[in-house]
Design a protein around this ligand. Structure first.
Ligand code: BGC
Length: 772
C-alpha cells in the first residue's frame, strides 16, 4: 500500500474516532439542551402514589398488574385488549409502536377509565429500534461500555419518539453455552465484562434518571439463570449451584440494578426446581431485600400462566397468587391468553392475600408512570418520530459501533486490509452476501422500518466502476426445520425456491478464479439465533463449508466475513483472513467495507471462548484448577479441548507490545486496593485499538478459584510507535467472591497472580499478596 493511501486511511480512522466523539458530545448536548424537568423526589412520588392508591378499588389495582400484547395490526386481537383497557384492567401494553395507535390506546385509558391512569408502553428495544446496532453480543465484543451506552441512548431516543416508555432490555444473562440462541442478546460468558455492559446499557436507555427526556425505562432480564438452560435448549430448566449463581450469573443483574434499572423481568424456566416467576428467594430476598431494588418485576410472556405448566400451581388464580407473593408485580400476557392477576381481589376476599401486599405490588408501577410524566403528558407527538429516525448521528453511531465490534480472527500474510488502489476485481460470494436483513439479526421488526444494505451493495457503492465486482450466491442457508416464531411477523418463514447448489458452487469457483480476491459472506441467517433458536451444531449451515473450501482451493486469497453469534466451526478452514462481524446492524455493510479496506481497523475482542465444536459446550476460560493440570486440555481422548480462539482474543491491522508489568503495591491488607501498571506500545505501522485485559488468580483460600478471571480492561487507540502507560486498580470487590462455606461474600488472605495482555492467555505476569 502506498504511503499516501496509508495516511489517507489513518486519517479516515481518526476521523471516524473523532466522529464518534462528535456523536457523543452532540447526543450529550441534546440531553442537556432539552427541558429537564429533573428527577422527581422519592417523597413526591410516594405522596402521589399513595393519594392515587387510596382512590383505587381492588379490581383497579389488579388491573395495573396486567400487561397485554397489543398487536394493533391484527384488529380482533387489538379489540379484545381495547376492552380490557377501557375496563381499567390493563396497566401496560407491548408491541404497538405506531405513534397513532399508541395515542389511540392511551386515549382509551385516559378518557374512558374512572381514574384516567395512563398506560405504560413497552417494547423489545434490544439493539436499536429503527437504526439497528450490532447484536448485543457483538457490542460486548467492542469492550467499549461508553460506546454501548451511546448506542442504547440512540435506541432509547428512537423508541421514545414513537411513544415507548420501557424496554425489555438489556438482556444480561451470562451463558457458557453458545448452543443457546439467546447468546445473541447478552454479553457472553464473563461476569465482569457482563456487568460492565449491563450497567452501560441501563445508563444508555434510562439517561440520568427515570423520566429523563428521550429515554426509556430499562428492564434487565431474565432473572435469573436463563443462560444456563440445560443443553442450551431454550426455556428448559437451569440447575445452578449457589457458587455459580452468586459468582457468575447474578453479578450483571446486580450491576444493572446498581445502575438504577427501573424494571426487571423474571425468567421463564425453573431455577433449581423453582420457576423463577414464583421464586420468593430470588425476587424478594435477593432482589429487593439484599439489593434494594425499588422498581417492578414483570413476568416473561405467559410466565405466570406457565406456573401451571411447571406444576407449581393448579390453576391461573393460584399461579397469580404464587407469582405476586414471590415478588412478581406484573404479568405479561401473550395474545390469546387471559389475565390471571384479575383473580387477586377474590384472593383478598378469601383472606389469601392482604390489601397491603397488593398495594405494595401496585406502588412501583404507578411510581414509574409518575416518574415518566405520563399523568401530565400521556401522549406522544406523532410527527416527531421521523425527525428522530432521520438524525444522521444515529446512522453514524451505528456504523462506528459495528466497526468497533468486529473481531479479526485471522489475517495470514496481512491479507487485510485490501488495497483499494491495486484491486482490479473482486468476487463476492455466499448466501449472506446480498442480504441486508440478515446483517441485522434477531429482534428487528418490519413495522419499525429498519433499513440497511447488503455487503454486496456496500462494496459496489464503494468500488464504483474501477473494480469489477462479480457475485455468486453459491448455496442457500437451509430453512429451519422448526420455524422461528418471529418468521410469521416478518414473512421470513415463507418457503423459498431451492437453487442448484452444485452449479452454484461451480459458479462461485469460476468468478473467484477470475478475480484478485474472493470475499465470502457466510454464517447463520438472522433467524438462527435469538429466542427459540438453539442449535446442536456449530457447523456452517447447509453446504456453505463446501462452498468455502472450493473457493479456497482455487488458490485465490480468501476473506471470510462471518455473520453469526456462534463460534462456528471454521478454524480448520484455510481461508487466509477471517473477520467476525456478528450481526453488525443496519450500517453493517458500510462498516464491513470500511474494515475490509482499512478505513476502519478491527479492535474488537471475543466475549466468548471460540469452541471447536458444539460438543465442547458449556465451557469457560475461567475454569477451576483441578486434578492433572498438565492435561487440562486433554480432557477428551480425541484431541485438544482448548478453544479454537481464546476468550478476549482479537487481532488488529497493527501489532501491540506489552512490557513492564509492575505491581505498585505488592502487599496489601484485606479491604485495600492494588495498583498494577503496564506499558503498551503500538509496534506496528497503523493506528489501531487494543483492549488491554487484566486477569487474576487467587492462589489459595477457602474455595478453589478460577485459573484466571477478568478483573479489568481498557480499550485504547494508539498511533504507530505510540506508547501508553496503563494503570489498573484492583479493588477489594475484585478480590472477593461468594463463598459456599460462609454463604456470603468473602475476601481471603492469599497470594495472587496477575496478568495483563491482549487476551485471556496473556503471559506478562506479576504477583501480589493480600495479608493482614
Ligand atoms: C422473551 C422476552 C421478551 C418477551 C416480549 C419473551 O418470549 O423471552 O425476552 O421480552 O417475549 O417480547
Amino acid at each position: 500500500m502506498s504511503m499516501k493511501s496509508g495516511f489517507r486511511r489513518i486519517s479516515q480512522v481518526l476521523l471516524a474516532t473523532c466522529a464518534m466523539a462528535a456523536v457523543s458530545s452532540a447526543l450529550a448536548e441534546a440531553g442537556r439542551a432539552s427541558p429537564q424537568p429533573g428527577a422527581m423526589s422519592d417523597t413526591d412520588v410516594a405522596d402521589k402514589v399513595d393519594t392515587l392508591l387510596a382512590k383505587m378499588t381492588d379490581e383497579e389495582k389488579a388491573g395495573q398488574l396486567s400487561q397485554y400484547f397489543y398487536f394493533s395490526q391484527f384488529p380482533p386481537l387489538a379489540q379484545k385488549v381495547d376492552k380490557e383497557i377501557a375496563a381499567g384492567r390493563a396497566g401496560a401494553v407491548l408491541f404497538t409502536t405506531d405513534p397513532k395507535l399508541v395515542n389511540r390506546a392511551q386515549k382509551i385509558a385516559v378518557e374512558q377509565t374512572r381514574l384516567k391512569i395512563p398506560l405504560l408502553f413497552g417494547f423489545d428495544v434490544i439493539h436499536g429500534f429503527h437504526t439497528i446496532f450490532p447484536a448485543p453480543l457483538g457490542m460486548a465484543a467492542s469492550w467499549d461500555p461508553a460506546m454501548v451506552e451511546q448506542a442504547q441512548s440512540v435506541a432509547a431516543a428512537e423508541a421514545r419518539a414513537v411513544g415507548m416508555h420501557w424496554t425489555f432490555a438489556p438482556m444480561v444473562d451470562i451463558t457458557l453455552d453458545p448452543r443457546w440462541g439467546r447468546i445473541f442478546e447478552g454479553a457472553g460468558e464473563d461476569p465482569y465484562l457482563g456487568a460492565a455492559m449491563a450497567a452501560a446499557q441501563v445508563r444508555g436507555f434510562q439517561g440520568r434518571h427515570i423520566g429523563a427526556p428521550g429515554h426509556i425505562i430499562a428492564g434487565p432480564k431474565h432473572f435469573a439463570g436463563y443462560g444456563a438452560a440445560m443443553g442450551g435448549r431454550d426455556y428448559d430448566e437451569a440447575e445452578i449451584s449457589e457458587n455459580q449463581l452468586h459468582n457468575l450469573y447474578l453479578p450483571p443483574f446486580k450491576a444493572a440494578i446498581d445502575a438504577g434499572a427501573g424494571n426487571i423481568m423474571s425468567a421463564y424456566m425453573a431455577l433449581n426446581g423453582v420457576p423463577a416467576t414464583a421464586d420468593h428467594w430470588l425476587l424478594t430476598d435477593v432482589l429487593r431485600r439484599q439489593w434494594g431494588f425499588k422498581g417492578w418485576v414483570v413476568s416473561d410472556s405467559g410466565a405466570v400462566n406457565s406456573l401451571v405448566t411447571h406444576g407449581v400451581a393448579s390453576d391461573g388464580a393460584e399461579a397469580a397468587l404464587k407469582a405476586i407473593k414471590a415478588g412478581t408485580n406484573m404479568e405479561m400476557i401473550p395474545p390469546g391468553q387471559n389475565a390471571n392477576m384479575v383473580s387477586l381481589p377474590a384472593a383478598i376476599a378469601a383472606g389469601k392475600l392482604s390489601r397491603t401486599e397488593l398495594d405494595a405490588m401496585v406502588r412501583p408501577i404507578l411510581a414509574a408512570k409518575f416518574r415518566m410524566g405520563l399523568f401530565e403528558n400521556p401522549y406522544v407527538d406523532e410527527a416527531k418520530a421521523k425527525t428522530v429516525f432521520d438524525d444522521p448521528k444515529h446512522a453514524l453511531a451505528a456504523r462506528i459501533t459495528a466497526e468497533r465490534s468486529a473481531v479479526l480472527l485471522r489475517n495470514e500474510g496481512n491479507l487485510l486490509p485490501l488495497d483499494h488502489a491495486k484491486l482490479k476485481s473482486i468476487a463476492v460470494i455466499g448466501p449472506l452476501a446480498d442480504s441486508a436483513r440478515d446483517l441485522m439479526g434477531s429482534w428487528v421488526f418490519p413495522m419499525n422500518s429498519p433499513s440497511g444494505k447488503s455487503v454486496l451493495a456496500g462494496l459496489r457503492e464503494k468500488l464504483g466502476t474501477k473494480v469489477a465486482v462479480a457475485y455468486a450466491e453459491g448455496v442457500q442457508i437451509p430453512q429451519r426445520v422448526n420455524p422461528s416464531p418471529f418468521g410469521t411477523l416478518d414473512g421470513t418463514n415463507k418457503k423459498r425456491e431451492p437453487i442448484d447448489e452444485t452449479a452454484g458452487v461451480a459458479q462461485a469457483v469460476a468468478i473467484a478464479r477470475q478475480s484478485d480476491v474472493a470475499v465470502l459472506v457466510l454464517g447463520e441467517s438472522q433467524d438462527m439465533s435469538g429466542e427459540m433458536a438453539s442449535r446442536a451444531t456449530f457447523e456452517l449451515p447447509g453446504r456453505q463449508r463446501e462452498l468455502l473450501d472450493a473457493v479456497v482451493a482455487t488458490g485465490k486469497p480468501v476473506v471470510l466475513l462471518l455473520t453469526s453469534v456462534r463460534p462456528l466451526t471454521i478454524f480448520d478452514s484455510k481461508a487466509a483472513a477471517i473477520l467476525d462481524l456478528w450481526y453488525p446492524g443496519s450500517q453493517g455493510a458500510d462498516a464491513a467495507v470500511n474494515l475490509l479496506f482499512g478505513d476502519a481497523v478491527p479492535g474488537g475482542k471475543l466475549p466468548i471462548s471460540w469452541l471447536r465444536s458444539a460438543s465442547q459446550a458449556p465451557m469457560t476460560y475461567a475454569r477451576l484448577p483441578s486434578h492433572a493440570p498438565a492435561d487440562a486440555f486433554k480432557r477428551y481422548q480425541e484431541g485438544s479441548n482448548e478453544p479454537a480462539w481464546p476468550f478476549g482474543f482479537g487481532l488488529s491491522y497493527t501489532t501491540f507490545r506489552y512490557s513492564d508489568l509492575k505491581v505498585t503495591t505488592p502487599k496489601v491488607a484485606p479491604g485495600h486496593s492494588v495498583t498494577v501498571t503496564v506499558n503498551l506500545e503500538n509496534s506496528g505501522k497503523r493506528t489501531g485499538d487494543e483492549v488491554a485485559q487484566l486477569y487474576l488468580h487467587q492462589k489459595v483460600g477457602g474455595s478453589s478459584r478460577p485459573v484466571r478471571q477478568l478483573k479489568g480492561f481498557q480499550r485504547v487507540t494508539l498511533k504507530p510507535s505510540e506508547k501508553r502507560a496503563l494503570r489498573f486498580t484492583i479493588t477489594p470487590a475484585d478480590l472477593s467472591y461468594w463463598s459456599d462455606i460462609t454463604k456470603e461474600q468473602v475476601q481471603d488472605e492469599s497470594a495472587f497472580d496477575v496478568w495483563i495482555g491482549g487476551d485471556s492467555l496473556a503471559s506478562l505476569a506479576g504477583t501480589f499478596e493480600v495479608a493482614k
